[in-house]
Design a binder for this molecule. Structure first.
Ligand code: ADP
Ligand code: MG
Length: 498
């Protein structure tokens, strides 16, 4: 071999070696990047961990805060608001009633016709529309004009058939935001939540705002009750089953109400009702306890929200926020490695990953996770390998599992407060027959997150049994109430007339 040939051969060997070295370095680098992503996942799992011991601490904290909120005004982050609802619909109501419901994402209008027996509940013309986003930071006049206009259209459609002439239509206004009531049909807005920001409305009487807007349009409607959505759900639950004493909503936001003895509402001494009880709107979205498992994603989400330092529990368990927690984890992973390809500017947009997309990815049962791939592509992240798609599903699982389990702890906290959790029975060895004396308790649940996200529901149900134990859980029935917050409010109006 000539000198030149030897030099060529040597150069080829050197080149091959350096290519191999580059490939090895790349593989090592990519393995290191994958490891850092797995590390982020592990950290998330640890941060979101909810062993039953921790859930029980949340249960206790919820019960303690409920006591504190009932004891004095401002005594707790839980406002424990009076609703002035002390009789719930029994099933004997008659007539035609209307409901308008302003939720966090949707508004709904419907009419119910009642025939005097439970089985004669006829829910008619349910209309459900997204709330136009410009209304969320408009003015009270613009918002209420829009609602009145929508009601007018609804009434126009029904013709003359549903209302005998000259009779005023009785309307329930279901308003899913915190209100300080002075009666069942009046109350002022305490604060906005769920991204609404019409500051001049804080302190205004909500029912009056609607009534004025209705009058302005010449609509012959009377705002007969102003209720929280949870109270609506409780009313429908009770109408069907009088063992219903708690109602919880998991929709855009989250909240709960329950039937409380008036003598336990210490901050309102002398409160007298014929039934001896009153529905209390907990506003549990604002619950907080150091036992809640909080991650850096929660802290950042809160800091960047329009209501920071507020609604901490809601931000961990409700539909408005779960998607954004998942998004934040994915963004962090994509910053630490290139497994998601070049960084997507779309994904850095807050709230772009909505919770219905989280459930669609989580529940994707196609073999190659095509639904996950499609959703990620829509978010500007395309061509991600299967193992990365699996990782995304895992992130959805961790965030939703924590939400479902904390939701269960919240419910168990209410049951503890009203003595329906069997406590004492399990730990201090109460006899079997005493446990069987436990009253049947129905918890009415509604909201888009609960109704549409089966993994959330399953995690919640599973944790409730874990917390309460098999025996006590047999007495606790969780019942889904589709559109309960709107239908139930209309039933409440009916019960006031009869
Ligand atoms: P509102 O909060 O306006 O009363 P809903 O109770 O219908 O309305 O809840 C709507 C919210 O429920 C959505 O904003 C979303 O967060 C959540 N949601 C709706 N559909 C799904 C779904 N398929 N999976 C998960 N969450 C969902
Ligand atoms: Mg709702």
């Amino acid at each position: 071999m000539g000198k030149v040939a030897v030099a060529f051969a040597a150069a080829a060997v050197v080149a091959a070696c350096s290519v191999a070295a580059v490939m090895v370095r790349r593989r090592v680098k990519s393995r290191r990047k994958w490891r850092s992503v797995v590390e982020i996942l592990k950290e998330l799992e640890e941060g979101c961990d909810t062993p039953v011991g921790r859930l029980r601490q949340v249960v206790d904290a919820m019960a303690v805060e409920m006591h504190a909120g009932l004891a004095s005004e401002g005594g707790s982050k839980l406002k424990m608001l009076l609703t002035f609802v002390h009789e719930l619909p029994k099933g004997t109501e008659k007539g035609t009633y209307y409901a308008l419901h302003l939720g966090g994402t949707y508004f709904r209008i419907l009419r119910v016709h009642l025939g005097g027996e439970r089985s004669y509940l006829d829910v008619q013309d349910v209309e459900r529309h997204p709330i136009p986003s410009h209304l969320m930071n408009s003015t009270s006049e613009v918002l209420f004009n829009f609602l009145a206009f929508s009601l007018e259209k609804f009434i126009e459609k029904e013709g003359n058939g549903s209302n005998s002439q000259g009779v005023k239509r009785e309307l329930a206004f279901t308003f899913s935001f915190p209100v300080k009531h002075s009666s069942i049909s009046s109350g002022v807005l305490i604060k906005w939540t769920k991204g609404f920001e019409i500051s001049e409305m804080v302190g205004k009487d909500i029912a009056e705002c609607l009534q004025v807007a209705l009058n302005r349009r010449g609509l012959d409607m009377h705002v007969a009750v102003l209720v929280n959505d949870t109270v609506g759900a409780l009313s429908l639950g009770y109408y069907h089953d009088p063992d219903t004493v708690v109602a919880v909503v998991f929709g855009t936001g989250s909240n709960a109400c329950y039937l409380e003895r008036t003598d336990a509402i210490i901050k309102s001494q002398g409160l007298l009702t014929t039934s001896g009880s009153m529905v209390v709107n907990m506003e549990w979205g604002n619950f907080w306890s150091s036992h809640l498992p909080r991650t850096s994603y929660d802290i950042d989400l809160d800091a960047e929200s329009s209501n920071s330092n507020d609604m901490g529990f809601e931000k961990m368990i409700s539909g408005m926020y779960l998607g954004d927690i998942v998004r934040r984890v994915i963004v962090r992973m994509s910053q630490e490695s290139d497994i998601f390809g070049p960084s997507s500017s779309l994904l850095s947009e807050p709230y772009v990953l909505r919770t219905n997309l989280v459930s669609a990815m989580h529940e994707d049962d196609t073999p190659e996770l095509q639904e996950v791939a499609r959703i990620l592509k829509d978010l500007g992240v395309s061509e991600v390998p299967l193992k990365v798609r699996k990782l995304v599903v895992k992130v959805c699982d961790v965030v939703t599992r924590r939400a479902g389990r904390l939701a269960a702890a919240g419910i168990a906290g209410i049951l503890k407060k009203i003595g329906r959790d069997g406590s004492g029975g399990i730990t201090s060895g109460r006899s079997r027959s005493e446990i069987q004396m436990q009253k049947r308790t129905v918890v009415a649940v509604e909201g888009g997150l609960y109704m549409n996200y089966s993994m959330f529901r399953e995690y919640m149900d599973e944790a409730l049994v874990e917390i309460l134990g098999e025996e006590v859980s047999q007495y606790v029935v969780v019942k889904a109430m589709e559109d309960g917050s709107s239908i139930g409010s209309a039933l409440l109006v009916a019960s006031l007339q009869s």
